[in-house]
Ligand binder design. Structure first.
Ligand SMILES: [Zn+2]
Length: 153
């Protein structure tokens, strides 16, 4: 069943109209961002607002129904970033050129790896589509978002 419109509005407003994982701004999208179930429905997650996050299609598809990922530094399985209980800037930062997201903690690194947020020069990602987009957003003054305003209460 689709989520009620009023719930969608609350989710979008709470996320300040950004993807809660990669901070993609909804205003650059031709369609509203999608809603991610933090605990996937297939694993018993509900449609309660505390289980929902605003996510771009790219992040939503890459997260799929994963709740854990491996920290590339330790190879240990680590829970993925939870935008309801954790603060983005505690776990991630932007590279100095504003084009890449860098994981700062095991959770941040595992999430970057699982959701392919880093866009490093690695063989898995010969296209640099998201970095090219971010370059355009930087020039337009849309990026990076003010992460201080993304703090959770
Ligand atoms: Zn995203």
């Amino acid at each position: 069943m689709p989520l009620p419109k009023s719930l969608l509005s609350q989710i979008r407003e709470r996320a300040q109209y950004h993807c809660e994982y990669c901070h993609y701004p909804e205003r650059l999208s031709t369609a509203p961002l999608s809603v991610d179930h933090i605990q996937p429905r297939s694993l018993g997650g509900t449609d309660e607002i505390e289980n929902l996050a605003l996510a771009c299609r790219r992040c939503n598809e890459r997260r799929y129904n994963f709740t854990y990922g491996a920290d590339p530094q330790t190879e240990l399985e680590t829970p993925l970033f939870n935008p309801r209980t954790q603060t983005w800037s505690d776990h991630f930062t932007w590279s100095s050129d504003g084009l890449c997201i860098i994981g700062l903690t095991p959770i941040g690194r595992a999430t970057c790896q699982r959701m392919d947020l880093m866009d490093l020069n690695d063989d898995r990602r010969p296209d640099k589509f998201i970095q090219e987009s971010r370059k355009q957003w930087l020039q337009g003054g849309f990026h990076p978002p003010n992460d201080d305003s993304q703090q959770n209460e």
